[in-house]
Design a protein around this ligand. Structure first.
Ligand SMILES: Nc1ncnc2c1ncn2[C@@H]1O[C@H](COP(=O)(O)OP(=O)(O)O)[C@@H](O)[C@H]1O
Ligand SMILES: [Mg+2]
Length: 248
Protein backbone atom coordinates (compact mmCIF):
# COMPACT_ATOMS: atom_id res chain seq x y z
CA UNK A 1 0.00 0.00 0.00
CA UNK A 2 1.35 3.38 -0.88
CA UNK A 3 2.09 5.89 1.84
CA UNK A 4 -0.62 8.46 2.47
CA UNK A 5 -0.16 12.19 2.83
CA UNK A 6 -2.59 12.70 5.69
CA UNK A 7 -6.34 12.61 5.97
CA UNK A 8 -8.48 12.73 2.81
CA UNK A 9 -11.87 12.37 4.51
CA UNK A 10 -12.73 13.48 8.01
CA UNK A 11 -16.08 12.54 9.54
CA UNK A 12 -17.20 14.25 12.74
CA UNK A 13 -20.25 13.56 14.93
CA UNK A 14 -22.22 12.28 11.95
CA UNK A 15 -25.83 11.44 12.73
CA UNK A 16 -28.80 10.06 10.80
CA UNK A 17 -32.11 8.85 12.17
CA UNK A 18 -35.04 7.26 10.33
CA UNK A 19 -38.01 8.18 12.49
CA UNK A 20 -37.16 6.82 15.93
CA UNK A 21 -34.33 4.61 14.68
CA UNK A 22 -30.88 6.18 14.97
CA UNK A 23 -29.00 4.42 12.15
CA UNK A 24 -25.76 6.42 12.63
CA UNK A 25 -25.17 7.89 16.08
CA UNK A 26 -22.65 10.75 16.22
CA UNK A 27 -19.75 8.82 14.76
CA UNK A 28 -16.32 10.21 13.89
CA UNK A 29 -13.37 8.79 11.99
CA UNK A 30 -10.57 9.88 9.66
CA UNK A 31 -9.71 8.16 6.37
CA UNK A 32 -5.96 8.28 5.61
CA UNK A 33 -5.12 9.19 2.02
CA UNK A 34 -3.75 6.50 -0.28
CA UNK A 35 -4.83 3.55 1.83
CA UNK A 36 -7.67 1.07 2.24
CA UNK A 37 -9.98 1.62 5.21
CA UNK A 38 -12.42 -1.09 6.29
CA UNK A 39 -15.90 -0.48 7.66
CA UNK A 40 -17.33 -3.59 9.28
CA UNK A 41 -20.13 -4.59 11.64
CA UNK A 42 -23.22 -6.79 11.75
CA UNK A 43 -26.14 -6.31 9.34
CA UNK A 44 -28.17 -3.23 10.19
CA UNK A 45 -25.34 -1.51 12.07
CA UNK A 46 -25.39 1.60 9.85
CA UNK A 47 -22.51 0.99 7.42
CA UNK A 48 -24.39 1.59 4.18
CA UNK A 49 -26.07 4.63 5.73
CA UNK A 50 -22.60 6.13 6.32
CA UNK A 51 -21.79 5.68 2.61
CA UNK A 52 -25.18 7.14 1.64
CA UNK A 53 -24.40 10.19 3.78
CA UNK A 54 -20.93 10.62 2.23
CA UNK A 55 -22.36 10.47 -1.31
CA UNK A 56 -25.36 12.66 -0.39
CA UNK A 57 -27.94 10.02 -1.26
CA UNK A 58 -29.13 10.81 2.24
CA UNK A 59 -28.81 14.11 4.09
CA UNK A 60 -27.21 14.09 7.53
CA UNK A 61 -29.18 15.24 10.57
CA UNK A 62 -26.01 16.71 12.03
CA UNK A 63 -22.25 16.42 11.85
CA UNK A 64 -19.58 17.10 9.28
CA UNK A 65 -17.97 15.29 6.35
CA UNK A 66 -14.83 17.08 5.20
CA UNK A 67 -13.35 15.82 1.93
CA UNK A 68 -9.96 17.35 1.24
CA UNK A 69 -10.97 20.02 3.74
CA UNK A 70 -14.28 20.87 2.00
CA UNK A 71 -17.66 20.30 3.62
CA UNK A 72 -19.78 17.69 1.80
CA UNK A 73 -22.82 17.84 4.11
CA UNK A 74 -25.52 19.88 2.36
CA UNK A 75 -24.29 19.11 -1.16
CA UNK A 76 -25.97 17.01 -3.83
CA UNK A 77 -24.77 13.69 -5.23
CA UNK A 78 -23.52 15.14 -8.53
CA UNK A 79 -21.38 17.64 -6.60
CA UNK A 80 -19.91 14.82 -4.53
CA UNK A 81 -19.12 12.94 -7.76
CA UNK A 82 -17.42 16.03 -9.22
CA UNK A 83 -15.41 16.35 -6.01
CA UNK A 84 -14.10 12.89 -7.07
CA UNK A 85 -15.84 10.50 -4.72
CA UNK A 86 -17.32 7.38 -6.38
CA UNK A 87 -19.08 4.30 -5.08
CA UNK A 88 -20.54 0.91 -5.83
CA UNK A 89 -23.85 -0.25 -4.36
CA UNK A 90 -24.59 -3.21 -2.09
CA UNK A 91 -27.51 -4.04 -4.41
CA UNK A 92 -26.05 -3.44 -7.85
CA UNK A 93 -27.51 -0.62 -9.94
CA UNK A 94 -26.56 -1.05 -13.57
CA UNK A 95 -28.68 0.37 -16.37
CA UNK A 96 -30.17 -2.93 -17.55
CA UNK A 97 -31.01 -2.08 -21.18
CA UNK A 98 -27.66 -0.49 -21.97
CA UNK A 99 -24.59 -2.39 -23.01
CA UNK A 100 -21.70 -2.97 -20.67
CA UNK A 101 -19.67 -0.36 -22.55
CA UNK A 102 -22.49 2.21 -22.41
CA UNK A 103 -22.87 1.74 -18.67
CA UNK A 104 -19.20 2.53 -18.13
CA UNK A 105 -19.22 5.41 -20.65
CA UNK A 106 -21.80 7.18 -18.47
CA UNK A 107 -19.24 7.40 -15.68
CA UNK A 108 -16.71 8.97 -18.03
CA UNK A 109 -19.13 11.37 -19.75
CA UNK A 110 -20.87 12.65 -16.64
CA UNK A 111 -18.20 12.22 -13.97
CA UNK A 112 -15.55 14.61 -12.71
CA UNK A 113 -13.62 14.64 -16.02
CA UNK A 114 -16.22 14.57 -18.85
CA UNK A 115 -14.96 13.51 -22.29
CA UNK A 116 -16.35 13.01 -25.79
CA UNK A 117 -18.38 9.85 -26.49
CA UNK A 118 -15.57 8.44 -28.66
CA UNK A 119 -12.97 8.94 -25.95
CA UNK A 120 -15.39 7.63 -23.30
CA UNK A 121 -15.94 4.44 -25.34
CA UNK A 122 -12.20 3.87 -25.61
CA UNK A 123 -11.69 4.49 -21.89
CA UNK A 124 -14.65 2.26 -21.04
CA UNK A 125 -13.13 -0.66 -22.96
CA UNK A 126 -9.82 -0.21 -21.11
CA UNK A 127 -11.61 -0.13 -17.73
CA UNK A 128 -13.69 -3.20 -18.64
CA UNK A 129 -10.51 -5.08 -19.43
CA UNK A 130 -9.11 -4.01 -16.08
CA UNK A 131 -12.06 -5.45 -14.14
CA UNK A 132 -11.97 -8.72 -16.08
CA UNK A 133 -14.71 -7.96 -18.62
CA UNK A 134 -12.68 -7.81 -21.83
CA UNK A 135 -14.70 -8.95 -24.83
CA UNK A 136 -18.05 -8.36 -23.14
CA UNK A 137 -18.44 -4.64 -23.89
CA UNK A 138 -21.30 -5.14 -26.36
CA UNK A 139 -23.44 -7.37 -24.16
CA UNK A 140 -26.58 -5.89 -22.64
CA UNK A 141 -26.10 -5.47 -18.89
CA UNK A 142 -29.31 -7.31 -17.91
CA UNK A 143 -28.01 -10.47 -19.63
CA UNK A 144 -24.95 -10.64 -17.38
CA UNK A 145 -24.44 -12.50 -14.13
CA UNK A 146 -24.62 -10.69 -10.80
CA UNK A 147 -20.82 -10.78 -10.47
CA UNK A 148 -20.34 -9.27 -13.92
CA UNK A 149 -22.85 -6.53 -13.08
CA UNK A 150 -20.72 -5.76 -10.00
CA UNK A 151 -17.69 -5.54 -12.28
CA UNK A 152 -19.55 -3.06 -14.52
CA UNK A 153 -20.38 -0.95 -11.46
CA UNK A 154 -16.76 -0.88 -10.40
CA UNK A 155 -15.62 0.10 -13.90
CA UNK A 156 -18.29 2.83 -14.03
CA UNK A 157 -17.15 4.16 -10.63
CA UNK A 158 -13.52 4.20 -11.81
CA UNK A 159 -14.59 5.97 -15.01
CA UNK A 160 -15.53 9.05 -12.97
CA UNK A 161 -11.84 9.41 -11.96
CA UNK A 162 -12.31 9.12 -8.21
CA UNK A 163 -9.77 10.05 -5.57
CA UNK A 164 -11.95 8.24 -3.04
CA UNK A 165 -13.74 4.99 -3.91
CA UNK A 166 -16.44 3.58 -1.61
CA UNK A 167 -17.15 -0.15 -2.01
CA UNK A 168 -20.28 -1.58 -0.38
CA UNK A 169 -19.73 -5.35 -0.03
CA UNK A 170 -18.22 -5.50 -3.50
CA UNK A 171 -16.61 -8.88 -2.77
CA UNK A 172 -19.81 -10.49 -1.46
CA UNK A 173 -20.92 -13.54 -3.42
CA UNK A 174 -17.60 -14.19 -5.18
CA UNK A 175 -16.27 -17.74 -5.29
CA UNK A 176 -12.76 -18.37 -3.88
CA UNK A 177 -10.90 -17.80 -7.15
CA UNK A 178 -12.97 -14.70 -7.99
CA UNK A 179 -12.28 -13.47 -4.45
CA UNK A 180 -8.51 -13.71 -4.95
CA UNK A 181 -8.79 -11.78 -8.22
CA UNK A 182 -11.07 -9.23 -6.55
CA UNK A 183 -8.65 -8.67 -3.66
CA UNK A 184 -5.76 -8.17 -6.12
CA UNK A 185 -7.86 -5.74 -8.15
CA UNK A 186 -8.77 -3.61 -5.11
CA UNK A 187 -5.12 -3.56 -4.02
CA UNK A 188 -4.06 -2.47 -7.51
CA UNK A 189 -6.64 0.33 -7.62
CA UNK A 190 -5.25 1.64 -4.34
CA UNK A 191 -1.66 1.38 -5.60
CA UNK A 192 -2.73 3.51 -8.56
CA UNK A 193 -3.50 6.29 -6.08
CA UNK A 194 -7.18 5.84 -5.19
CA UNK A 195 -8.09 5.90 -1.49
CA UNK A 196 -10.62 3.17 -0.71
CA UNK A 197 -13.26 2.71 1.98
CA UNK A 198 -14.65 -0.82 1.87
CA UNK A 199 -17.64 -2.23 3.71
CA UNK A 200 -17.05 -5.97 3.80
CA UNK A 201 -18.09 -9.12 5.63
CA UNK A 202 -15.29 -11.18 4.06
CA UNK A 203 -12.72 -10.92 6.85
CA UNK A 204 -10.04 -12.57 4.72
CA UNK A 205 -10.23 -9.52 2.46
CA UNK A 206 -10.26 -7.06 5.38
CA UNK A 207 -7.13 -8.69 6.79
CA UNK A 208 -5.40 -8.79 3.41
CA UNK A 209 -6.16 -5.22 2.34
CA UNK A 210 -6.93 -2.82 5.18
CA UNK A 211 -4.49 -0.81 7.27
CA UNK A 212 -7.29 0.40 9.50
CA UNK A 213 -10.79 -0.73 10.30
CA UNK A 214 -13.73 0.88 12.09
CA UNK A 215 -16.42 -1.34 13.56
CA UNK A 216 -20.06 -0.30 13.82
CA UNK A 217 -22.81 -1.82 15.91
CA UNK A 218 -26.38 -0.50 16.15
CA UNK A 219 -25.34 2.92 14.83
CA UNK A 220 -22.30 3.37 17.09
CA UNK A 221 -18.63 3.07 16.27
CA UNK A 222 -17.50 0.50 18.83
CA UNK A 223 -13.86 0.01 17.80
CA UNK A 224 -11.17 1.27 15.45
CA UNK A 225 -7.63 0.09 14.77
CA UNK A 226 -5.65 -2.43 12.76
CA UNK A 227 -7.58 -5.50 11.53
CA UNK A 228 -5.64 -7.71 13.95
CA UNK A 229 -6.41 -5.58 17.01
CA UNK A 230 -10.03 -4.91 16.12
CA UNK A 231 -10.86 -8.52 15.25
CA UNK A 232 -9.52 -9.75 18.58
CA UNK A 233 -11.47 -7.11 20.56
CA UNK A 234 -14.02 -8.87 22.85
CA UNK A 235 -16.67 -6.17 22.27
CA UNK A 236 -16.35 -6.64 18.50
CA UNK A 237 -16.58 -10.42 18.79
CA UNK A 238 -19.65 -10.05 20.98
CA UNK A 239 -21.30 -7.71 18.46
CA UNK A 240 -20.81 -10.28 15.71
CA UNK A 241 -21.69 -13.35 17.73
CA UNK A 242 -24.79 -11.65 19.03
CA UNK A 243 -25.90 -11.05 15.46
CA UNK A 244 -27.14 -13.59 12.94
CA UNK A 245 -24.34 -12.97 10.43
CA UNK A 246 -21.22 -13.82 12.44
CA UNK A 247 -17.99 -12.88 10.63
CA UNK A 248 -16.85 -15.26 7.93
N1 LIG B 1 -33.82 4.71 3.86
C1 LIG B 1 -34.08 4.13 5.04
N2 LIG B 1 -35.26 4.31 5.67
C2 LIG B 1 -35.50 3.74 6.86
N3 LIG B 1 -34.63 2.97 7.54
C3 LIG B 1 -33.44 2.75 6.96
C4 LIG B 1 -33.09 3.30 5.69
N4 LIG B 1 -31.83 2.93 5.38
C5 LIG B 1 -31.40 2.17 6.40
N5 LIG B 1 -32.35 2.06 7.34
C6 LIG B 1 -32.23 1.34 8.63
O1 LIG B 1 -31.06 1.82 9.25
C7 LIG B 1 -30.35 0.75 9.88
C8 LIG B 1 -28.95 0.68 9.31
O2 LIG B 1 -29.04 0.21 7.97
P1 LIG B 1 -27.78 0.07 7.03
O3 LIG B 1 -27.01 1.35 7.07
O4 LIG B 1 -28.27 -0.39 5.71
O5 LIG B 1 -26.94 -1.06 7.77
P2 LIG B 1 -25.74 -1.99 7.25
O6 LIG B 1 -25.27 -1.49 5.94
O7 LIG B 1 -24.72 -1.92 8.34
O8 LIG B 1 -26.32 -3.38 7.15
C9 LIG B 1 -31.18 -0.50 9.66
O9 LIG B 1 -31.99 -0.70 10.79
C10 LIG B 1 -32.01 -0.16 8.44
O10 LIG B 1 -33.22 -0.85 8.43
MG1 LIG C 1 -25.24 -2.44 4.08
Amino acid sequence: MQAGNGTILSIRDLRKAFGGLVAVRDISFDIPEGRIFGLIGPNGSGKTTVLNLITAELSADSGSILFEGREMVGRQSFEVCRARIARTFQLVRVLPYMTTRENVMLGRMFGSAPTSPAQAAQDADALLERVGMAGRADLVASQLTYIDQKRIELARALATHPKLLLLDEWLAGLNPSELRIGIDLIRQICQDGVTIVMIEHVMEAIRALCDRVAVMNAGDKIAEGTPASVLSDPEVMHAYLGADDAAA
